[in-house]
Design a protein around this ligand. Sequence first.
Ligand code: SF4
Length: 364
Amino acid sequence: MLDLLGMTRPELIAYVAEKFGKGEFYGDALFRELYGNSDRGRERSSSPAFVKFYSDLTSSPLPEVVRKEEEAGTVKFLLEMDKFPGTTPGNSPDTIIGRSRCSESVLIPMKNYSTLCLSSQIGCRFGCRFCATGQMGLVRNLSAAEIMAQVWTARFTLGASDLQNIVFMGMGEPFDNFDSILKAIDILSDERGLGIPKRRISVSTAGHCGGIEKLSALCAREPGENYHTLHLSLSLHSAIPEVRNSLMPIGKIYPLKQLRQCLQASPFSRIKDGLYIEYLIIPGVTDRPSDIDALKNFLDGMQVKINLIPYNPVKGSSWRAPCPEEINSLWLNLKESGYYCRTRTSKGETMMAACGQLGSRSRA
Ligand code: SF4
């Protein structure tokens, strides 16, 4: 079953043809049955042979929900990946406890639909100072099937029938696992399955220029596939090199100058709603006048929307959360300079589901 979730529709059709000698109808119906939102079971009732075929293929278990936390409708769930036969064994040392073998996902109810925040990796190698996942180090990449298992669980185990928005903003740097997230995007957006349009899918990066360039090249090479309608969300948090490098060590690999150049060259900075800037407000660290000037300089000439994120302290942090006056002052400053800017509400904050807090065990 897990293997099937990692296949695009053309791959599934080819697999069914090669392994079972069945025509395109079977592979196509299997894909629709796996993901289809409407009238699940239609194929089953109309074709007893297909019922048996489907049941035989999907009888093996998927990774289990080993932990679920809920608050005000927001649900964080952990899927245990490495216990599951057939997955890539984790390279975590024996001292890492079971939780490090899990993906973490968050299902967030919005006004008219649900958003699902997905993990692309277990842990992360980039070690951002404010991020609990970064403190774990990288355990391993998740396969496309393991990413889709998070979606499948949200949709069919947790019953999120109104799932219409996907953000790759959970554990991991998505562009560090480019092929898997791209395949998951193709599966998610296939209209014969879940049919979530690419314009409802956001990929969040800490500034991985290699991934931004690869995605930009793909947009140019395959214009009909609409990859340019994805949202790119950049966790910037500071536009002063020394400050950013101390917060986000990825800045030493991909310096701000290079990051600005590759964003300028990408389609996302030229399209409305293409590029979102995530900016963490840490009092005295990222909200001083010099920080705001540097931010405006960095964004000059690009079409962006800015999300301000009040810092959520994690255990052991020396920084505090900003007060409402500090948040409002920064928001007003950027708004008066002509930027579309909003303050993001961190649903699920108290259960560690807010950005940069997945993978953490306790609050400050
Ligand atoms: S913020 Fe993103 S890139 Fe940085 S350590 Fe956390 S998961 Fe990794």
